[in-house]
Design a protein around this ligand. Structure first.
Ligand code: C5J
Length: 223
């Protein structure tokens, strides 16, 4: 039996695990680790690190059950040919995309800071989507990969709640996927944005999707 009812906001979500993928958004060293780009900007990265353990628990369950697992990374080619000038030209010059950061060039593929944190390192066979934008569907093969596996529901985790998680959930919702956002497996440098971002997803009868804690999801799946 692969169908489960998950208690969530705004209401119970019925999921078929065979048609469900777990997508982990941008759990990259530069966003999460002390000494990375996020920390260099003055952010409290411990707020993001709190999402690692819930992600790890959901990931362990997904791997054990043979669920599709997808990782994403935000970043660009070293020559910045895939980075819109309007994105690159923001902020102080020494903290822009492509500038030298504490863990290599900021948001550049192949640099140490662009890697996924070791606790959540992809296993062989798990797709890693390198995305040039905030949303995981924009200019990537994600939609094609999900449709080929006949995926209908996405469990979504990662950082940051109001930026790349939200953009991806909105993109997925418009493409017809049901998104269940794992509240404690997402995080933001701004706790109020995290809270409001989650409320926005479940508001108005679940205008973008559903929200539940990792514990609630895992308990429902163990039932
Ligand atoms: C993500 C960002 N991953 N905040 N990026 O949310 O720029």
């Amino acid at each position: 039996m692969s169908r489960f009812d998950i208690p969530a906001e705004p209401d119970t979500l019925s999921v078929d695990l065979v048609r469900t993928a777990f997508i982990i958004i941008d759990m990259q060293r530069d966003f999460l680790e002390p000494g990375g780009f996020g920390a260099a900007l003055g952010n409290d990265v411990s707020l993001l690190a709190a999402a690692i353990e819930p992600c790890r628990r959901m990931l362990a369950f997904a791997r054990a059950g043979g669920m599709m697992v997808i990782h994403t990374r935000e970043g660009h080619r070293p020559d910045l040919s895939d980075a819109p000038p309007a994105k690159v030209e923001r902020g102080e010059p020494e903290k822009r995309i492509g500038a030298a950061g504490p863990m290599g060039r900021i948001l550049i593929r192949g640099e140490a800071g662009h890697d996924i944190v070791p606790e959540l390192a992809p296993q062989p066979g798990e797709p890693v989507i390198d995305k040039p934008g905030k949303g995981a569907f924009y200019q990537t093969e994600l939609d094609l990969m999900l449709r080929n596996r006949r995926i209908e529901t996405l469990f979504v985790a990662g950082v940051t709640t109001e930026v790349c998680v939200h953009t991806t959930v909105r993109e997925a919702n418009d493409r017809g996927y049901r998104c269940l956002v794992l509240s404690d497996a997402c995080a933001s440098y701004f706790p109020e944005f995290h809270e409001v971002g989650l409320r926005m997803i479940a508001a108005q009868g679940g205008i973008f999707g559903w929200v539940a804690s990792t514990d609630a999801v895992l308990a429902a799946l163990a039932a």
